[in-house]
Design a protein around this ligand. Structure first.
Ligand SMILES: O=C(O)CCC(=O)C(=O)O
Ligand SMILES: [Fe+2]
Length: 414
């Protein structure tokens, strides 16, 4: 811990108190221009400039979640591309941040719409031969959601549309986003120190190789929930009660309560970092380490960045492992994986989103795992990224492993 405390003192503490006073929400005039530090500090160090997100109206917030504790002061920071060095500290304080001034092209939201509104026959042809949920087309109809994962191998020519422009835009956004996320990882390696020397928290292979990274196009829509192919169950012949009729006659329709809105259950992503962008209506929420919820609607010209499980693993206390030591591996410089969920507001609109996941190869060894054999002997076994992610999916409550919200578990397979 000493290495980080000392380093953070040098880098940040003179500019920002350890427990900063709660920020006041910006006034309309300050919209998008609020500074988290006072101006004297900024005069000494003009680079330390965190903008809060512009004030948002309540109409952006879903009325369908229990988000009454979301107030206007719950704003995620906006970081400028020229200030990437702030990100390691920001991610220990906030569950997500918006990045502005970045070199990415326009987000491929029209391409997300194009592929996810293709005829069913086309979608069927894009399903992975081994039904991978992270390559090609998939759907989760009970959640009102469908998605398509880009396959970077073969230059992005597999399980994709026969459309040159679609392929070009998709590939370009993926490659530039991965390069951006890798650059952000580089900032972690210049921020963390050990005995005065820089500590490589993110392995070189993550920064030099696309590994098992992918990009996902998602569509959330009430029309997906309708499941038109599910045969309608006729109500049993009523004896005396008329209520049984009304209950079963709605079986092929989405229920009108909050749980039948298009959604993605709360989860953390397996990888290192995820970059996201979406259309309105938003419905994206992120949790901080104290369980506080932030609404994360799309903001023009920005992308949202969150941390995945592996970032916690990389930034765990030196000599400790999240996998073996659990919470004892968490220090003040440990970035926790961002718990996030999507719940579409009522009203029937569709939402499209794009998520780019920076992940290493599945066979990357993330830990020497200590296991006890039947004889009682303790041996070391390699824990690979792929196996770790798979185990997480099998353990109830682990999809949001830091929060342990079993109620909300769900999410994606790797
Ligand atoms: O649709 C979104 O904005 C989030 C998608 C997501 O969290 C995921 O695919 O892991
Ligand atoms: Fe996610």
């Amino acid at each position: 811990m000493a290495w980080l405390t000392t380093h953070l003192k040098t880098l940040f503490a003179s500019k920002k108190p350890k427990n900063p006073p709660k920020r006041k929400p910006p006034t309309r005039e300050e919209k998008g221009k609020f500074r988290a530090t006072d101006d004297d500090d900024n005069a000494a160090s003009p680079n330390y400039n965190i903008q809060s997100s512009p004030k948002r109206s309540n109409s952006n917030r879903s009325s369908s979640t229990n988000s009454s504790d979301i107030t206007d002061s719950d704003l995620l920071p906006i970081i400028h591309y020229e200030e990437l060095h702030l990100i390691p500290q920001i991610l220990t304080q906030y569950p997500a941040f918006y990045l502005v001034g970045h070199p990415l092209p326009r987000p491929p939201l029209p391409q997300a719409k194009q592929i996810l509104t293709s005829p069913d026959s086309v979608k069927r042809s894009l399903i992975h031969p081994r039904k991978s949920t992270v390559r090609g087309y998939n759907h989760a109809k009970p959640s009102g959601r469908e998605w398509w994962d880009y396959t970077p191998d073969n230059g992005g020519t597999l399980l994709t549309l026969d459309d040159e422009s679609f392929r070009h835009v998709t590939r370009e956004y993926f490659e530039k986003s991965i390069a951006l996320l890798q650059k952000i990882c580089g900032e972690f390696n210049t921020t963390y120190t050990e005995n005065g020397d820089k500590r490589m928290v993110v392995p070189t292979e993550v920064m030099n190789d696309i590994g098992f990274s992918t990009m996902r196009y998602l569509r959330y829509s009430p029309t997906i929930l309708e499941r038109p192919n599910v045969p309608k169950v006729e109500p049993p012949v009523a004896s005396s009660s008329s209520s049984s009729h009304s209950a079963s006659s709605s079986s092929s329709k989405p229920k009108e309560d909050g749980y039948s809105l298009p959604r993605m259950e709360a989860h953390t992503d397996h990888g290192v970092l995820t970059l996201m962008t979406a259309t309105e209506p938003s419905g994206l929420y992120v949790w901080d380490r104290n369980g506080k919820i932030f609404s994360a609607p799309p903001i023009e010209n920005t992308v949202l960045v969150i941390a995945g499980d592996l970032m916690s693993h990389f930034t765990a206390l030196e000599g400790k492992s999240i996998i073996d030591d659990g919470k004892h591996a968490i220090g003040e410089g440990t970035v926790l994986p961002t718990v996030h969920a999507v719940v579409l507001p009522k009203g029937g609109a569709e939402r499209y989103s794009v998520a780019v996941f920076l992940r290493p190869k599945r066979d990357m060894v993330v830990s020497k795992h200590r296991v006890r054999k039947e004889s009682g002997e303790i041996v070391e076994q390699d824990m690979t990224f792929g196996r770790w992610a798979e185990e997480k999916g099998q353990i109830r409550g682990r999809r949001c492993w830091m929060v342990g919200q079993e109620r909300l578990s769900g999410g994606q397979e790797l």
